[in-house]
Design a binder for this molecule. Structure first.
Ligand code: FVH
Length: 283
């Protein structure tokens, strides 16, 4: 079904989102603070809105993808939103999303927040995911159109849920990057070929370790941290060994040390028999 959709914000991501919707045959109206960025999309079939009010009036679904929530508020201030679904795909914090939902609601609009788990080049391609939260009726009404941009997953009626999960996934990513960078620094210090290390050793190892996450999730939900795998005393000693090895190789273990601190704290509480999943209680 062809929909009327307005896209506000034509940076790298907004342009990719709008292009995917045009490509899928939707009637797309575009607006950007710097108007020239609309030109390539107009050439592809989008309608240019000369003013923000025109852009919002043109479509019942308004997708917003700007720098941050302050720029979204600044942009939408004073624009009539009654009867509109505002899908704000700008990256922000859960509290900001809840405030924005209330703000849009006070103006008669329906609100969805979104967390984009993709870079612009991935939009409309396999692997791209957008998390949504907020108004379920709004999500169900436009689920098909959302699915054009990326796999669309509704995560609940708390508008803060999509940004929270977005930030949680980024947290997992940064943790993995931190460990991998430390590993690469250590391996480089021994002049072992880094491509061989990553493709043949590290990636299979990380994938194997990631498989235990659902088990951790069960333990954390049950609050039961007994383990038959490796307890915190084993990990405490392992970390100490790791840090010494780094020092002997002349490499700083800066990205590992925060984890060592939390393990040491938990062990000092007399919980050395527990598994690693119990560290969430320290956080
Ligand atoms: N690019 C990415 O890989 C990430 C992937 C995950 C999600 N993010 C988030 O998407 C939002 C937009 O990111 P972007 O990549 O499109 O960013 P830019 O290319 O820098 O475009 C920024 C747009 O925001 C407009 N803008 C900035 N300040 C204001 C303002 N005060 N009033 C109105 N519009 C404003 C800017 O307009 P202009 O500079 O072209 O006039 C662009 O349209 C972001 O939340 C990412 O975290 C992308």
């Amino acid at each position: 079904m062809s929909e009327n959709i307005s896209v506000l914000g034509l940076g790298l991501m907004g342009t990719a989102l709008a292009a995917s919707l045009i490509e899928a045959g939707h009637h797309v109206t575009v607006w950007n603070r710097t108007p020239a960025k609309a030109d390539p999309l107009v050439a592809k079939g989008a309608t240019r809105a000369d003013t923000l009010a025109q852009a919002v009036e043109a479509s019942p679904l308004v997708i917003v993808c700007l720098l941050d929530y302050a720029s979204v508020l600044e942009t939408l201030e004073g624009v009539p939103l009654a009867g509109r679904v505002v899908a704000n795909l700008t990256t922000g914090r859960p509290a900001e999303a809840r405030e924005m939902a209330a703000w849009v609601g006070e103006r008669g609009g329906d609100y969805l927040d979104g967390g984009i788990m993709a870079v612009p080049q991935m939009i409309a391609n396999p692997g791209a995911l957008i998390l949504y939260s907020g108004s379920r009726p709004a999500f169900e009404r436009y689920e098909e159109a959302f699915g054009v941009m990326a796999a669309a997953r509704y995560t609940g009626d708390d508008p803060g849920m999509a940004p929270l999960l977005d930030l949680a996934m980024l947290t997992g990513m940064y943790g993995q990057m931190a460990g991998s960078l430390e590993a690469l620094a250590l391996v480089r210090s021994a002049k072992f070929p880094l491509t061989e290390f990553t493709t043949e050793l590290l990636i299979p190892w990380i994938n194997a370790m990631a498989a235990m996450l659902p088990r951790w999730a069960e333990e954390i939900e049950a609050g039961d941290y007994r383990t038959e795998v490796s307890n915190l005393e084993i990990n405490r000693a392992g970390m100490e060994n790791l840090v010494r090895a780094f020092e002997e190789q002349g490499v700083r273990p800066d990205l590992l040390l925060p984890m060592k601190t939390v393990i040491d704290r938990r062990v000092a509480r007399g919980l050395a028999h527990e598994g690693l999943s119990g560290l969430v209680e320290e956080l």
